[in-house]
Write a protein that binds this ligand. Structure first.
Ligand SMILES: [Zn+2]
Length: 238
């Protein structure tokens, strides 16, 4: 395990969050520290997060999407990143188009334009074999956009669901990536505060859907701590 500090990273940095809350859980400390260091960090929210409470009558998907975008804005503010750029791709949560579909190419066009305009040097994405399909497709769109623009970037992959729901073959293979750890103790409280901005994911907003999603204390304890762990590689590979 190598330790790194944010000033080791080349900016600008692109953070890819499949859902609002992944930015904080996966790399909120990195966003906060990079912002403090004066590095540009653009956060791309891929889906609208509207599928977390599918059975709710009071919070249909369009209402959830609005709530979750507002929570994402508040989380960035709490991370100290209110002046950093962000964009919302607004794909339907849980229904991301797979590669090969027209809608995938449309989404890729938008991300490609962002990537070609900003010339990111570092891209922070969910782990490529995260068990959540939205996470895998988000990874693919970002990687296709980088490769399509003829760029090469440092890739930092963060874990969200692998440890809880992954299969053995989802974990990194020998030599596939390197381990790297970021000490975020200076901003850990900020990360915790930012996570609390995602009230709908903590069971605090929708009260008519007992089957709705809520982050468990176990997940929060695993992802909000003194360090953030990443898998590092170059993309596309040498
Ligand atoms: Zn997610």
């Amino acid at each position: 395990m190598t330790n790194f500090v944010v000033t080791d990273l080349d900016g600008p940095i692109l953070v890819v969050a499949p859902h609002p809350d992944d930015e904080t859980l996966g790399c909120g400390g990195l966003i906060a520290l990079a912002t403090e260091a004066g590095i540009e960090v653009h956060t791309l929210f891929v889906t609208d997060g509207s599928a977390s409470h599918r059975a709710s009558q009071t919070h249909p998907p369009d209402v959830m999407a609005e709530i979750r975008a507002a929570e994402a804005e508040e989380a960035l503010k709490r991370l100290g990143a209110e002046h950093q750029p962000r964009s919302f791709l607004k794909l339907r949560d849980g229904r991301m188009p797979p590669p090969g579909k027209h809608a995938y190419r449309d989404a890729l066009d938008v991300v490609s334009e962002l990537v070609s305009g900003s010339r990111f040097k570092t891209v922070v994405v969910p782990w490529r074999r995260d068990p959540h399909t939205d996470h895998r497709i988000s990874w693919r769109i970002a990687m296709d956009a980088v490769r399509g623009n003829g760029m090469q970037v440092t890739l930092l992959e963060y874990q969200i669901w692998l440890a809880e729901n992954g299969q053995a073959e989802d974990w990194p293979g020998d030599g596939e990536v390197s381990d790297a750890s970021l000490d975020i103790s200076m901003v850990m409280e900020r990360k915790h505060h930012a996570l609390k901005a995602h009230r709908s994911q903590l069971g605090l907003v929708v009260d008519d859907d007992p089957s709705g999603f809520a982050l468990s204390p176990k997940t929060i304890a695993r992802l909000v701590g003194q360090t953030e762990n990443y898998w590092v590689s170059r993309w596309p590979g040498p």
